[in-house]
Structures are given as C-alpha cells and as structure tokens.
Design a protein around this ligand. Structure first.
Ligand code: ATP
Ligand code: MG
Ligand code: MG
Length: 550
C-alpha cells in the first residue's frame, strides 16, 4: 500500500515534531560517491530526500561522499550535479563535499585515540579479516590493541606523514571483538592510500573509511534524517557509536533511517553491471536510451515530473521488492499525454496514389494538435495526390475484421478524405509497390459529411512534402524476469534497439529542435535525439501508447 509506505518516514518525522526532537529545521541529503553515473535507483533516493525536506519546510543538500580517491573523478561530479538539478528544478540547497571535512575528521580520529577508543594496528587486511570472526564465531583481538594513547598518537601522525606504505598500518575503533554485530568488531576507520584526490590533491595519504566519515559528515551538516538503503541497517550501531563518542556530536539530532532499494523488472541496476554493458560495447555509452541511468532517461525523453511522480507512486518501504517497469512507463505516458503535440508519422511507408486527385494540387487540411487538450490548437498540413501510409495498413487478402485498406474497401485518411482502394502495383517478387485509390471530395473532414461511414481511419503524410526521418525503437535490455546477475550479459535482449531509416514525418517537423517531444499517432511518444543533423532528423521512441500496466 503506497500511502502507508509513504508514511513510514513521515511518521517518524511527525513523532519527532511532537516530541520537539529538533530545534532546527529538518535537513536531508543525497550522498553519492562521484564514481559513476546516477541511475533510476539513485533518482528514487533524490526524490525521496528532496520531497521529505520540501514537505516539511526543511532543506535538502547534495553531498559528495568523496572519501575514496581511487575511483572518483570530477566528470562524475559534474554529471551528478546536472542530474540532481534536472530532477529537482526548484531545488535551492547546497552542494557539499565530504572531502572538505578531512581536517575535521582527522581531529575526530585523534579525539577517539585520546579517549582510548581507537588504536593503530599493524595487521594486514587479510589478517584483520581472519581475526574478525564470523556470525557464529566471535572475533579475536589484535595483538596491537593495547598500545598506549601516546604510542597511538605517534603512529597515527606517522601514518599521516607518509612514513608507511599502503596497507602497512590502519587506525581502528576499539569497541568489542565479540559483538554479535561484526561491524562493531574494531572496524577500520582510517587507512593509508597514496593516491591523489580529485579535490584535495596530494594533501593526504590517509583517508577515512565510509562508516567513520558518514556520521561525521551528517552531523557537521546538521542532517536530521540520514536516509540510506537497507544494507546499512547493520552499520547503524557504529554510526551511533561514532556520534555518541565525539564531544561535538553527543547532542546531534542525526538519525539514520533505512529503506529498500529500488529494483525494476527487465532492468539491470547497479553501477558495476551498467559499467560492464558500456565497457564491453553492449550499449552505445552511458546515455544510450536503453540504459536506466538518469542521463539515458533524459535522452530517451523522460521528464523529471514523470520520474518524480513514479517515485511518489511507488512510495518507500522497508520491504525489498521489484517494481514493474510498466509503472515507470505509465508515469511518462501520463505526464506527456496532455502536454505534447500529436503528429502523423509513417514508420514503414508505402505510397498511395489518389488517381482522381489533380496532379499538382496541394491543399492544406486542419489537424488538432492534441484531441484531449483543445487548448493546444490546430495546425495545417499539406495533402496532395500522393501520400504515404503504413505498409501494415494495406492487405491484399485481409482477414475478417481488418478495417484498413484492401481492394474495394474505403477508409478515412485522418483530417482529409475517404479514399477507396481500386488497384495496386507489385514488383517481380510480389512486393506491393504502390496502392491506387480514388477519393471522394464530398467526404472532407470537418464538412459534416454523413452520407456513409467507414470503419478505418489511417494516418498518412503527403509524399512530396514529407521529411525523411530515422526512428529508433527500444525494447527492454533484459527479457528475463529472474535474471542471474552472474551471466546477465548472455541474457541481454539482442533486439533491444531497432533502427528504422526510411520513415516519413510531417513537414511541420522541419523547424523542431533536439529535445522536442511528440506523440506519433498510433506509435507512441517520441523525442528528437541529439544525433539529429540538418539532413537526418532522428527520433527516439520514449514509450509506446499501449500500457501493459494498470
Ligand atoms: P550503485 O552501486 O547501484 O550505483 P551505490 O549505492 O554504490 O549504487 P552511491 O553513490 O554510493 O551508489 O549511492 C548514493 C545514494 O543512492 C545512497 O544513499 C544509496 O543508498 C542510494 N541508492 C543507490 N542505489 C539505490 C537504489 N537502487 N534505490 C534507492 N536508492 C539507491
Ligand atoms: Mg557506493
Ligand atoms: Mg553499489
């Protein structure tokens, strides 16, 4: 139940408000690591945090969790900022960097050492793992655990000065090696990493671990609700331990709340899987419209409103589930249906010659831009002796209940006239080359002709006025519902992208721009892609018209 699940975080906030837990405003954050492009799962976290702040008259920050220099890059910082601004157009919060707190974090580590709550360890990473124990077995204390405060301060200073190699020493919290929670068994809080950082350059050769840094970042910024995904539930005791043992933060209102990650059917989520698809050439880059990245959704033609509405509709909960991708598609159809103009486009053209129409005559017929939204007005489109219709809209030998064009049958050309199929021409291989029709001038749309009725209405474009276009149709990357992540590359849908090169669109498309969206009648919603050139206009199908989700 969506309404209920929306309430689970809001309920906590309401209770806190009654108790007066916070003397300041509510503050949330989105804390990405700048090590890749955001995907729709991240979008959910952004919308969630942003909307909670907005609804409660609070603030929402973007904070880069850039404490690990090895995978981070400035180009990701830029793309993440762009995505967050796109998803939250009215956002006015701050853009912050965890790396700007490195000095403070270092001081807090010293505070823990001085309190006898942290020690420098010489065990290797493998030994630490071995000593840590298992769920059923308690861990073993490090032989270096009882170094004096003075010795620890001295060694930690030498770590910072660069006296040791990567991995030679670490700083660990001193908590409880027999804790049932493995995260509390003397977790590492600082390690040596002789690498340049995208923000601090070569100033540091020791870097704080995520679990140590994160509560400090939240507390420094006055985050009241630190919302994260379920895998951090076990880390919460350490989060609280850090805050309760640092004098500055004993009274910090910061509270960690976990929710279930978003997964979508027919969709691979997760940076490293998406990275493989890009690096191994299964897609044409991070913004390939088949990808679930925010940059790809934007290129595909999704709107921030649709993504926000989708996130609101699916709600937030603690129970792990997989959302039907049909819900995301429903959200974009819903958002576009009133907003975007409708137009006729023929994706697989076949020519119709109207034999009794004057050779050089051109007349302009009026067409509504959006039948469901009359405010969008009308446009005039040219009609002439030769038009294109969809190849599938003609059959030589139609089955029962086929109401489109076939020999002897009459249909309406939308916004124009009734035409009747009199004949057709085939090539030597039996392919239909062209259809010959006659039209009835009495039947012009808008004249109120009631003489007789037809069952089929076809979309069309005037042959000599039409513009050639390339249309890209997309299908899901994954066919399989219960895909196995280990071999997902073998399970990718080989037909997820179909490129149609010979499509015909209305001349009204000539002055449109990259990013403009349309409904192509009967085919779905489309957007003009950035690959368009002066001579080759390229459309992406955003989504088809029919919904499989109700
Ligand atoms: P991934 O590996 O899937 O790219 P991540 O967790 O490594 O994700 P981060 O940059 O560390 O990416 O995450 C930033 C925020 O986005 C975190 O708070 C994280 O919990 C949240 N997040 C990541 N994936 C999802 C998801 N599928 N649904 C909801 N929130 C998510
Ligand atoms: Mg991560
Ligand atoms: Mg991850």
């Amino acid at each position: 139940n969506n309404r209920e699940s929306v309430n689970f975080i809001q309920k906590i906030i309401n209770e806190d408000n009654i108790k007066g837990t916070y003397d300041s405003r509510i503050c949330t954050r989105f804390p990405p690591e700048p090590n890749g492009y955001l995907h729709v799962g991240h979008a959910k976290s952004i919308c969630l945090n942003y909307n909670i702040a907005k609804k409660n008259n609070g603030t929402f920050n973007l904070r880069f969790d850039d404490t690990n220099p090895s995978k981070e890059d400035d180009s990701f910082v830029e793309s993440i900022i762009k995505d967050v601004k796109w998803l939250c157009p009215e956002w006015e919060g701050k853009i912050l960097y965890a790396s700007n707190y490195f000095d403070k974090m270092y001081q807090y580590a010293i505070e823990l050492i001085k309190k006898g709550l942290a020690f420098v360890d010489d065990l290797s990473a493998d030994e630490i793992r071995e000593y840590r124990g298992t769920l059923t077995e308690p861990g073993k204390e490090s032989p270096h655990r009882n170094r004096t405060v003075e010795e620890n301060l001295d060694l930690f200073d030498k770590m910072k000065t660069g006296l040791y190699k990567n991995g030679e020493k670490v700083l660990r919290a001193k908590i409880d090696m027999s804790s049932p929670n493995i995260n509390m068994r003397d977790p590492v809080i600082y390690r040596i990493l002789k690498e340049s950082h995208h923000n601090t350059g070569d100033k540091w050769c020791i870097y704080p671990m995520y679990d140590f840094a994160h509560p400090i970042e939240d507390a420094i910024e006055g985050i009241t609700h630190s919302i994260c995904t379920l895998e951090f539930e076990d880390h919460r005791p350490f989060y609280d331990w850090i805050l309760s043992n640092l004098d500055d933060f004993k009274k910090a209102p910061t509270k960690q709340i976990e929710f279930a990650k978003l997964y979508l059917t027919k969709t691979m989520m997760g940076k490293r899987y998406l990275k493989r698809m890009v690096e191994e050439g299964y897609v044409d880059g991070w913004d390939d419209p088949r990808m679930p990245t925010v940059t790809a959704l934007r290129r595909r033609g999704y709107t921030p409103e649709a993504i926000n509405n989708f996130c609101e509709a699916i709600g937030v909960s603690k129970a792990q589930s997989v959302v039907d991708i049909g819900m995301l598609e429903h959200a974009i159809r819903d958002d576009l249906s009133f907003k975007v103009p409708r137009t006729m486009a023929v994706l697989d053209p076949i020519k119709v010659v109207i034999t009794n129409y004057p050779d050089d005559k051109v007349e302009y017929v009026e067409a509504e831009n959006n039948a469901d939204n009359p405010e969008m007005g009308t446009r005039m489109i040219p009609f002439s002796k030769e038009v294109y219709i969809e190849r599938e809209d003609f059959m030589e030998n139609p089955p029962k209940k086929y109401y489109r064009l076939f020999p002897g049958n009459e249909v309406r050309l939308r916004n124009a006239y009734f035409v009747k199929c009199e004949d057709f021409v085939k090539d030597e291989n039996g392919n239909v080359l062209e259809i010959h029709c006659t039209y009835d001038p009495e039947t012009k749309s808008g004249t109120g002709f009631k003489g007789r009725k037809v069952k089929g209405t076809l979309h069309w474009v005037s042959a000599k006025h039409s513009i050639d276009a390339e249309v890209r149709l997309y299908d899901y990357m994954m066919n399989d519902e219960d895909y196995d992540k280990s071999n997902f590359l073998e399970k990718l849908n080989p037909n997820s992208k179909v490129v149609l090169k010979n499509c015909k669109v209305e001349p009204t498309m000539a002055d449109k721009n990259v990013g403009d969206r349309f409904q192509f009648m009967r085919h779905g919603y489309f957007i003009i892609d950035k690959d368009s050139t002066k001579d080759n206009i390229v459309f992406n199908r955003i989504v088809s018209l029919k919904s499989s989700y109700k």
